[in-house]
Design a protein around this ligand. Structure first.
Ligand code: ATP
Ligand code: MG
Length: 316
């Protein structure tokens, strides 16, 4: 085992502490962001336009200078040990940025060469990566003739040439149709299954739901939610109401299976229930307990509002 491996054995794949970024024009893109990504995880960073996703990724991959805070990649501090940290990361930027007049095989080999991988080893890896991305039959054609989806898969293959322990993708599927997106999901799942930690940014909850085990939701430079995908989906499945009732709220509220009822004040009850549940059932049970609902309003849910905003703006 190398000394590095000992040093990083128990470290998170990514640890971000109180990260801040103020751009020269005064925009505060990150206002104290903290998050941890476990080794082997598939992690989504979700957020609307301008949330700070690319800024965060830019800092982690040393393309953007931070204003404050700390970032470690497998225990390696990116500020103190920049080149060592960089060697652990593969980055897939949002824009296609390879030379369209080169062939996929050459693009991959040259990229690996730039990072010090010997030519022969690079050729072995290029074949492996192109096969994994289902691009092997396109290895020696001009890359400008690849379809949009193929070009995006090639971007992923290129990042994988340096055998990163952490693969970071900035909106890998933005603007691509659903079929291409599914193909890319498959490739990413295979990469993750072979042991590479993956972080991706996306506007699509569906994408995060399909791929990721953990996620963080960022909005206006602040993390608004973070945790396992399943727990978050469960939260989105619950609806909240405030019920105005006739007379006073009785001392003991009835138990209605699957719901939670709480007294807010003398005339108001807070109701939480699964979205799929029939509201009439709840009203009937309240009625049986002598509680008459005069009016009701939906309780606003920050998480849900954020998703509505994200999806209404960004879903094609
Ligand atoms: N180079 C820059 N100079 C000044 N402001 C910037 C710069 N880059 C980003 N910003 C601002 O920082 C904020 C966060 O931008 P960022 O690109 O990180 O968001 P994002 O979540 O990636 O958005 P999108 O989903 O649109 O890609 C925005 O208000 C943006 O205008
Ligand atoms: Mg972005």
């Amino acid at each position: 085992m190398s000394p590095d491996a000992t040093l990083q054995a128990n470290a998170p794949a990514l640890s971000v502490r109180d990260l801040r970024k103020t751009y020269d024009n005064g925009v505060q893109a990150l206002k104290g962001v903290s998050l941890d990504v476990r080794p082997g995880d598939f992690f989504a960073l979700l957020g609307p336009n301008g949330a700070g996703k690319s800024t965060l990724i830019g800092i982690v991959s040393s393309l953007v200078n931070k204003t404050g805070g700390e970032v470690e990649v497998f225990g390696v501090d990116i500020a103190r040990n920049r080149s060592e940290a960089m060697r652990l990361i593969g980055l897939v930027p949002q824009e296609i940025n390879f030379n369209l007049f080169e062939k996929p095989f050459d693009i991959l080999c040259n990229y690996a060469g730039f990072y010090g991988v010997p030519r022969e080893e690079a050729m072995v890896r290029a074949e492996e990566e192109l096969k994994r991305a289902h691009l092997w039959e396109k290895a020696h054609v001009m890359s400008r003739t690849l379809s949009g989806g193929m070009k995006r898969r090639l971007m992923i293959s290129r990042a994988m040439m340096v055998r990163p322990r952490l693969l970071i993708l900035d909106e890998p599927t933005a603007g691509v149709d659903i079929e291409i997106r599914r193909g890319m999901w498959k490739t990413l799942r295979e990469i993750n299954a072979s042991g590479t930690t993956i972080i991706l940014t996306t506007h699509y909850l569906e994408e995060a739901e399909n791929l990721c085990r953990h996620l963080a939701i960022i909005d206006k430079g602040t993390i608004v939610q973070q945790g396992p995908m399943k727990a978050l989906l469960a939260k989105l499945d619950v609806e909240g109401f405030l019920l105005d009732i006739e007379g006073s709220v009785p001392g003991g509220l009835p138990q209605i299976e699957g719901t939670s009822l709480e007294r807010v004040d003398d005339h108001t009850i807070d109701l939480e229930m699964p979205r799929a549940m029939d509201l009439n059932r709840v009203f009937a049970a309240l009625n049986d307990a002598g509680i008459r609902v005069r009016s009701m309003r939906t309780k606003s849910n920050r998480l849900e509002e954020l998703f509505v905003r994200m999806t209404s703006k960004d879903t094609p």
